[in-house]
Design a protein around this ligand. Sequence first.
Ligand code: NAD
Length: 275
Amino acid sequence: ILAPHLTLNDGNRIPQLGLGVFLVEPDEAERIVSDAFEVGYRHIDTARIYKNEEGVGRAIASSGLSRDELYITTKLWNSDQGADTARGALEASLERLGLDYVDLYLIHWPAPKYGKHVESWEALVALKEAGLAKSIGVSNFMQSHLEDIDKATGVVPVVNQIELHPAFQQRELRSFQEPRGTLTEAWGPLGQGKYELAELAGLAEIAERHGKSVQQVAIRWHIQEGIIVFPKTTKRERMVENADVFDFELSADEMATIAAVDQGLRVGAHPENTD
Ligand code: NAD
């Protein structure tokens, strides 16, 4: 796929579309990620807690693609947060992935129970300096958590990966983080299949007008909003479908129609309650 790239605040570039592998079974990950590479995906979003980094690594090793063509993200799990533990956690992820560095390393959740998000961020700053991660960012951070790490380090995360889909657009948090140089990555961009996109007012009509599925319209909406997006599927034909979003454009009216379906509908966990 010729997905466009966005430039991060540290100068590195990220493909705006990728494949997420949350809930991909460990023994299926190699096949699924290999399919994605064949289809043309180059950006994979995984995490320690998904328990499939080894399968992702096998797919990378057998792909024949050069390292600099790929964009690989993984994440620091909550119980590994801390000044003394973050480096070991990333080294273990790299070992499983068979890589010398990841393109992007994220703190997975602020995890208030541990109270370690600031020291973990300081550790990630050092991991970037050591070259183990080309870029560093966060996930599920609320405004207060972003302020905490900025105050401590002055290093602004390149992205904040947050739940975001048409019924939950996160306008307030985005308008805080984006002007500070933090791009938004969407998780659950299709609402994790927990509601029907086609039931949102106007979505089915927009899809029909463009000869696309409502999922393609949702993905295209993310792209035009400047959001980085990696819908998850295990099916090759859906990988093709989800990437086939660069031959049409939503009009300003259609973007406004989608903006109007936001209803603050969180389908996943709340960052304050997740430990
Ligand atoms: P998603 O919104 O991508 O939805 C996935 C669901 O949509 C699956 O059930 C799939 O079968 C279905 N689907 C995919 N393509 C479809 C299509 N074309 N037509 C119909 N149905 C389709 O949800 P997700 O997997 O939770 O989110 C994407 C990625 O975000 C994850 O894989 C993971 O990498 C990341 N994520 C991160 C966090 C975090 O805390 N940082 C949390 C959840 C997910």
